[in-house]
Design a protein around this ligand. Structure first.
Ligand code: FAD
Length: 441
């Protein structure tokens, strides 16, 4: 098929280098891509046409949903932009969401229906990439990962077929979609079981002074906290425009009882330097953050660090995380409570690693030109390696690395073998490889 035939066959747009909208089409939330061709799909049929074209021309496919990952920066291949497939329809607690929708718009619609889905923290992130990789958000202890609420999906396969995936119809594929990333086809519709949700309490605690005793108290509180509560500790320098500078804990509680949150967190306020900064009762869309889009004038610096799923937040882990921040002035440390509904899912029910983790940790030093020399970089990396060694797995969505080794690090061998078998069945030629790639085997 020629490009002109392809253009005539689809309802969306085929965009080539040099076309008037090429520059805007190749720009996405996290960067500027250099694909060979971009198709803006307007329908599921367009996605089928695009996949068949890519297969015939032997082009790797990059599915662009929210465009928050780094995969769009890999040169060459066909980008299928599915962001126009963003319908949200609600029937009771069953919610069907187009594969290209963004969480902010979804949250607005859900809110109108008194519903919520555990998603991520940020409005512009795509439902596609976040859900397929797992999805850790403000409500992870209450309702688990985004992927845990998935009950079905419509998938355009590497063969260009459209299939419905459910636990009953395609058990292995359904298992693989809930944490195995975009390896198995283009999800054009996600079906979720949502939860009744009217209001959310968001309460922020400030920490002045040593965070170690505060984190020890937080760990002890969260060991028996109600599932309604998920907490996030962040320590960021003033340079980060997305978050208040310094060390804070944000508590998100499903419900409208601010005093209930204060009662659960009471032991924290006995620690010197801890004070309530702000609190309010909000709706679901209000708690989602805005993230600035990629600015070529101010590209993000490199990041030396990573993330890890911790079975236990012991004193050693706390000391290393707080120490990481102290020893790297331009760095960020994040801790999110897990357990609860996240841990109620059996390990083999999804490919997502470490269901017995009780905390998710992330730390990284910004590699700002002129700030870190080779020794500084090596020291930051060694400090991070010491933290990751304490963990039970890594979360693939929280990396900007496109290194092929990541998939091997993400999945234990038995999970990887099962994923590889599903991949062999549904994408034997590895057409969908712009992801933490699972080689068909
Ligand atoms: C500012 C920011 C905030 C974030 N916050 C969170 C957070 O709170 N929690 C969290 O868990 N993660 C978070 N992330 C990480 C995020 O989950 C990943 O970057 C995710 O891959 C983004 O999905 P996307 O659809 O926006 O990205 P894209 O780049 O469009 O897609 C990411 C990957 O998924 C594939 N893909 C996307 N949609 C589909 C589909 N419909 N069918 C098949 N394959 C598809 C793509 O091919 C690609 O491999 C955040 C990232 C950023 C940049």
């Amino acid at each position: 098929m020629t490009i002109d035939e392809l253009t005539a066959a689809i309802g969306g747009t085929v965009i080539r280098p040099g076309d008037s909208d090429w520059e805007s089409a190749r720009r996405f939330h996290s960067g500027i891509g250099e694909p060979s061709l971009i198709i803006r799909a307007a329908s599921v049929d367009d996605v089928r046409g695009a996949v068949r074209y890519a297969a015939a021309e032997r082009l790797d496919i990059m599915v662009r949903s929210g465009g928050h990952s780094a995969w769009g920066t890999v040169p060459g291949g066909l980008t299928i932009d599915i962001s126009a497939l963003d319908d949200v329809s609600v029937s009771g607690t069953r919610v069907s969401i187009g594969g290209g929708a963004h969480w902010g718009a979804v949250a607005h619609t859900l809110s109108e229906h008194g519903l919520g889905i555990s998603s991520g923290d940020t409005a512009s992130v795509g439902v596609g990439g976040l859900t397929l990789g797992g999805g850790i958000g403000w409500m992870v202890r209450a309702w688990g990962l985004a992927a845990d609420q998935l009950v079905g999906a419509q998938l355009v396969t590497a063969a260009g077929d459209v299939i419905e995936v459910t636990a009953e119809a395609q058990p292995d594929l359904f298992w693989a979609l809930r944490g195995g990333g975009g390896n198995f086809g283009v999800v054009t519709r996600f079906d979720f079981e949502a939860h009744p949700l009217e209001r959310i309490v968001a309460l922020t605690v400030g920490i002045d002074g040593d965070a170690r005793p505060v984190l020890r108290a937080l760990r002890d509180v969260m060991a028996s906290a109600p599932l309604e509560l998920t907490v996030t500790y962040m320590d960021v320098p003033a340079m980060d425009p997305n978050a208040p500078a310094g060390a804070t804990i944000t508590a998100v509680w499903i419900g409208d009882d601010e005093d209930a949150v204060r009662r659960v967190l009471a032991p924290l306020f006995d620690v010197p330097g801890v004070s309530e900064r702000e609190s309010g009762v909000q709706s679901y869309p209000d708690v989602l953050l805005d993230a600035p889009a990629f600015d070529p004038e101010q590209p993000m610096p490199g990041f030396i660090g990573g993330n890890t799923l911790l079975r236990e937040l012991d004193d050693d882990a706390i000391g290393r995380l707080v120490g990481f921040r102290e020893q790297n002035p331009a760095s960020v440390v994040l801790l999110r409570s897990l357990g609860g509904a996240y841990g109620d899912v059996a390990q083999d029910d999804t490919p997502f690693p470490a269901r017995d983790a009780t905390w998710f940790a992330m730390a990284g030093a910004f590699d700002i030109p002129g700030m870190l020399d080779d020794d500084g970089r090596a020291a930051a990396l060694a400090r991070w390696d010491g933290i990751e060694a304490l963990g039970a797995g890594v979360y693939g969505n929280f990396t900007v690395s496109t290194d092929a080794s990541w998939a091997q690090r993400m999945y234990p061998p038995a999970t990887m073998s099962r994923l590889a078998a599903v991949k062999r069945e549904w994408d034997p030629d590895n057409l969908f490889r712009r992801n933490h790639n699972i080689a068909p085997a």
